[in-house]
Design a protein around this ligand. Structure first.
Ligand code: NAI
Ligand code: MG
Length: 354
């Protein structure tokens, strides 16, 4: 099969980590007989420098015509003094909206070889951890009506959700649960918020179509406690934009390493944007120090969710695990007795183990 991928290297370590991810993808193509075609486009700081716009129209057009998008990271101190709407991050918000990316998947996966990196005690974390937070990304309070009173003494933001929005994100969560541990935990605040009561009712409706999947509910404050007290009780978590923003960061830090965390943002159908959860790490850019594994694992998610290539996705994840099991580490995940290697070397190792 042929797949067209829009590639946005972006700023800072973006180009370095994307290079390694493409190296891995090319190897997958070679082994399994797929052809991946890349179209490189601009976004973020580099796009501001070259076109004056953090998200040029051409980038949106190319993304829309592609089967999936791979993004490195955007931003850096060079552009920090620009006004909000001209900053690199404005490009990110706009691209989510333009591409209709309503489902944000944030796996928190702790590899056995890295279990010492977790801030939790060994008896709590066990040998490994595998949670997938499914966060609604284009609705809720971040997109609701907002404003200030005339005298400037009060301000408001509005949390609003429609049945349609809740229905489609819940289905994404249930479908993913079927490919994993068959367990969905819904997180809301239905004891206080009306929007949460509609959320809960809709989740219960959708659940009727998935009788094979177990469904639990937690109020968000309790969920925050449970994530730290007993994270192994979670498989797939589904929640609103704001709760998901906070809880996905909390869940991901149970693994202790920012350089290992992939993410996917899905639209209706199979289209998705894939990117590491971390930023452009300007402090280590251009030094061959960045950990490319989050980006490489994002490519695995692309294969799984946009292209339905489960075996190929697993192959990448297994190769990453082998690299770690054999003691190779970039600086961010290094511990004593391990072999310290650079960004390029880790990419080469993943290719070798594939
Ligand atoms: P950051 O994630 O870029 O860096 C935080 C710390 O983690 C730094 O010490 C960095 O060196 C380290 N780090 C991050 N990724 C790493 C990797 N792959 N390998 C090794 N070490 C890694 O977050 P920070 O410093 O808050 O933001 C830097 C820039 O990135 C800012 O301009 C920010 O706006 C932007 N940013 C972009 C995002 C995106 O493109 N999606 C997301 C978050 C921040
Ligand atoms: Mg966040």
């Amino acid at each position: 099969m042929n797949y067209n991928i829009a590639v946005i290297p972006g700023d800072g370590i973006g180009p370095e980590i994307v290079d390694e991810a493409l190296k891995v993808l090319n190897k997958i193509g070679e082994i399994y007989g797929h052809e991946f075609k890349y179209t490189e486009v601009l976004a973020g700081g580099i796009a501001i420098d070259e076109t004056g716009n953090p998200l040029p129209n051409e980038t949106v057009d190319v993304c829309k015509k592609s089967d999936a998008v791979l993004l490195g990271a955007v931003g850096g101190p060079k552009w920090d003094t620009l006004p909000g709407h001209l900053r690199p991050e404005a490009g990110l918000l706009k691209i989510r909206k333009e591409l209709g990316l309503f489902a944000n998947l944030r796996p928190a996966l702790l590899y056995k070889a890295l279990k010492d990196a977790s801030p939790l005690k060994p008896e709590v974390i066990g040998d490994s951890l595998d949670i997938c937070v499914v966060r609604e990304l284009t609705g809720g309070i971040y997109f609701g009506e907002r404003g200030r009173s005339e005298d400037g003494q009060s301000a408001y933001d509005t949390e609003s959700y429609s049945v349609k929005e809740i229905d489609r994100i819940t289905r994404v969560a249930f479908e993913i649960a079927r490919k994993r541990g068959n367990l969905v935990t819904n997180i809301d605040k239905m004891n206080v918020l009306e929007s949460s009561r509609l959320w809960r009712e809709t989740v219960l409706e959708v659940a009727k179509d998935y009788p094979d999947v177990t469904l639990n509910h937690l109020l968000v404050d309790n969920a925050a406690m449970q994530l730290v007290r007993d994270p192994k009780q979670f498989d797939v978590v589904v929640t609103t934009n704001m709760f998901g923003d906070i809880l996905s960061d909390q869940a991901s830090m149970l693994t202790g390493s920012i350089g290992m965390l992939p993410s996917a943002s899905l639209a209706e159908g199979k289209f998705g944007l894939y990117e590491p959860s971390h930023g452009s790490a300007p402090d280590i850019a251009g030094q061959n120090k960045a950990n490319p594994l989050a980006t490489i694992l994002s490519v695995a998610m692309m294969l799984r969710y946009s292209f339905d290539l489960e075996n190929e996705a697993k192959a990448i994840e297994t190769a990453v695990e082998s690299v770690l099991d054999n003691g190779y580490r970039t600086g961010d995940i290094y511990s004593e007795g391990c072999k310290l290697v650079g960004c390029k070397e880790i990419g080469d190792l993943v290719v070798d183990y594939l």
